[in-house]
Each structure stands twice: as structure tokens, then as C-alpha cells.
Design a protein around this ligand. Structure first.
Ligand SMILES: *Cc1c(COP(=O)(O)O)cnc(C)c1O
Length: 387
């Protein structure tokens, strides 16, 4: 079935069938991995960035299937894949900045994106003002006549600060300022920022889009004109192109994305409620838990929340580490978005709260295990660290 744009289709059909075309691939239901560097000039070579395929740094048929699916999911005109989330983020930022310009960004964004804006771009005399991100006036106050870009991440992935996307894009459009949002947390299943007027969406495909903790990748979705320029400049020149094999893994991940997201959300809602009842837990931070200070806004602009959440533990740093070590089903490690539950004790040794971290903060990724088992696991680990 070659499902195309004319039909009104849901996320499930986009993920399973959109732009798949077995008749092009000898009937194979799974598209082949076009593991090739170059394409020859011959009849039958149609498509690609230049009207035909030329070279895999420029375009590749396996990668293009993933790009078209993700564009459709994000309600974007076009999308383009990169070899990592940071490859996509740096390309998107470089597309919008120029020498001597000014950027406003949310302080609790992904760490390397913060470093790119705060440290690296200084060599082009590009400076960034960082804001908490939970109110418009703070952002407006930072804007000056050199501001070309506002960089958002909503929700951010430790503190889960949320930006009001509709309100922000309306104000910034009038000022001619462009907006990028990192939508990795929500995935296109739970939030479509372009529908609120945001200019460009970036994703780390290494998280839920891939979904099996077996690949590194990134995606940008946005207007056709912007994506074309990025393809010819930031992707072709910097070269952070997604490999055909990773594109194939991404396609495999996308087929079950709607199912997985539903399950991550169901499990995480249960765990968040369970943890909010525990005396060791000072605070639960999850966009869809009623205790979140921006719960109403979250419900308004997101159709769901994913499997990542934070808690603040009322325990000394060494007890927090012990708690993590006692867990059987939560691996200790960075990243998230796969099938597995994870714990990161990032705030265990913070002395005080800051704009980007809270003292005692522990981040949990709730995987696809049975939530009853995860609750039992958390309860036994709490018992072992009782003071
Ligand atoms: C992991 C992550 C990134 C970076 O993606 P990579 O694929 O690791 O380069 C960017 N943003 C967020 C929110 C992330 O969690």
C-alpha cells in the first residue's frame, strides 16, 4: 500500500505505511538498506535531492523514506536526517545565526546545545542570553535589535520547564525572530510545535524515534525552503549525514513509535503517582502530574507526556547513590528513550539549586517493563536506604 499525502491518515498509518512502496523493491515489505556511497548515471535513477541520486552525503533512498515519514508526522513540509541529534541541532542553529548576532535560549536545554551557544559560538561574536523559559516577558526583556533566533526545548529533560509555544511564536514572528524547538521529549506523537507557529523542530532520533538504544541519529523538520538550504549547506558541507543502516534502524523504530509512546506514558503516570506518595520523595517533576506548576499549559499543548521524569529525594547524596545501586530493573546510565528503565543520579552531589539543576534531583526513564515490577523494585530500594 502506497499511502500518500492526499488521504487523511493517522500517526499509526504514517509510521507503518507512509511512503513505503514494496513494488519498487521487488515486493519486499521492508525497504532495503541502500548501502552505497555513489549512484551511477543510468536509466531508473530518479529522485534524490538533485533530481537523481548522486552521492549518499547528499541523499539516499533509505534515508529519504525516514525523512518523509517524520515530515508527515511533524506536519512539516520537509525533514532531513543527521548522524546525531547534535548534528541536527548545530545545523539548525548555524542556519539561523550570522556573525555578531544575538540568541535567546532556555537555560535547561540539552547540555551540549547549551555549550554550543554559550561557549563555541562566541568565536563568531555570537552571544546568547539564557532564560528560565516559563514566561514570555522574561524572553521579551532579553531581545535586542541583534536577536535573530530564540532556541527552545519544551519540556526540558531534567526540570521539565514548558514554554507557551503559541504565545511565543506569535510575538516573535511580529519581530522577525526565528524559533527552533528541541522536541525530543514529546516526539511528534505528543507534540507538533510547527502547528503552533514555531519555525523549526529538531530531534535526537537516538531516543524514542529509534527507540531501541541501538543507534545515534538526528532530524530537522520545517519549511521546504529552509530544509533545502540546510541540505545544501549545513548537511552537505559539515557532512553529518545519517548512514543508510541507521536510517533503516530508524524506520524499524518508527513502526512501533505510537504503541511505545502510549505504553511509556501509561507506565510513567503510574510510577509518578506511586512516587508522589513516598515520604523519601520531596517532589515529583512530570508534565502530566497535577503537581507540575505548568500542568494546565502542558495539557493544552501536548497530547501526552513520555517516559522521562524527575524526582527530588530528601536523602543525602551517598544515600541517593545507594538507592540507585540497589535497583534491579533500572540501569544506571545516561540517555533514554529505549525500551529499558534507567536512573541518573545527576543531582546527588549538587550543593544548591541552580537554573539547570536541583539538589537531590534524580532522573528516571520508565521503560516498557510491567509497572508493578518497577514499583516493587523502587520500594525495595527505598527500604534498603532507610535512615
Ligand atoms: C540526547 C539529546 C540530544 C542529543 O542527541 P544525540 O543524538 O545524542 O546527539 C538533544 N536533545 C535532547 C533533549 C536529548 O535528550
Amino acid at each position: 500500500m502506497n499511502v500518500n499525502r492526499d488521504r487523511s491518515i493517522g500517526m499509526e498509518e504514517i509510521c507503518t505505511h507512509f511512503r513505503d512502496d514494496p513494488s519498487r523493491y521487488m515486493g519486499a515489505v521492508t525497504p532495503p538498506i541502500f548501502q552505497t556511497s555513489l549512484f551511477t548515471e543510468c536509466s531508473g535513477n530518479e529522485g534524490g535531492m538533485e533530481g537523481r541520486y548522486v552521492y549518499t552525503r547528499v541523499s539516499n533512498p533509505t534515508t529519504e523514506i525516514a525523512e518523509r515519514k517524520i515530515a508527515e508526522m511533524e506536519k512539516a513540509e520537509s525533514a532531513i536526517c543527521f548522524s546525531s541529534g547534535m548534528g541536527a541541532i548545530s545545523a539548525a542553529i548555524m542556519h539561523y545565526v550570522k556573525k555578531d548576532c544575538h540568541v535567546v535560549a532556555v537555560a535547561s536545554i540539552y547540555g551540549p546545545a547549551y555549550r554550543l551557544l554559550n561557549d563555541y559560538l562566541a568565536k563568531f561574536n555570537i552571544h546568547t542570553s539564557f532564560v528560565k523559559g516559563d514566561n514570555l516577558s522574561e524572553i521579551e526583556e532579553c531581545i535586542n535589535d541583534k536577536t535573530t533566533l530564540v532556541y527552545l526545548e519544551s519540556p526540558s529533560t531534567y526540570l521539565f520547564t514548558i514554554q507557551n509555544l503559541g504565545e511565543l511564536s506569535c510575538v516573535l514572528k511580529k519581530k522577525g525572530i526565528s524559533t527552533i524547538i528541541d522536541n525530543t521529549y514529546s516526539t511528534p506523537i505528543f507534540q507538533n510545535p510547527l502547528s503552533f507557529g514555531i519555525d523549526m523542530v529538531v530531534h535526537s532520533a537516538s531516543k524514542y524515534l529509534g527507540g531501541h538504544s541501538d543507534m545515534i541519529g538526528g532530524v530537522i523538520a520545517g519549511r521546504e525552503t529552509d530544509i533545502k538550504e540546510i541540505a545544501q549547506n549545513e548537511r552537505e558541507l559539515f557532512g553529518a549525514v545519517m548512514s543508510p543502516f541507521d536510517s533503516w534502524l530508524l524506520l524499524r523504530g518508527l513502526r512501533t513509535l505510537p504503541l511505545r509512546m502510549k505504553e511509556h506514558m501509561k507506565n510513567t503516570m503510574e510510577i509518578a503517582e506511586f512516587l508522589s506518595q513516598r515520604k523519601e520523595v520531596k517532589k515529583v517533576i512530570y508534565p502530566f502530574h497535577p503537581s507540575h506548576p505548568q500542568y494546565t499549559l502542558a495539557k493544552k499543548q501536548m497530547s501526552g507526556a513520555s517516559g522521562l521524569m524527575s524526582i527530588v529525594l530528601d536523602l543525602p547524596g551517598d544515600k541517593i547513590i545507594k538507592f540507585a545501586e540497589e535497583l534491579h530493573y533500572f540501569y544506571r546510565g545516561p540517555s533514554w528513550g529505549g525500551y529499558e528503565s534507567l536512573i541518573s543520579t545527576v543531582g546527588a552531589h549538587e550543593e544548591t539549586d541552580s537554573e539547570t539543576m536541583l539538589k537531590g534531583l534524580v532522573r528516571l526513564h520508565i521503560g516498557l517493563e510491567n509497572p508493578e515490577i518497577l514499583k516493587e523494585d523502587l520500594a525495595q530500594a527505598f527500604r534498603k536506604c532507610a535512615l
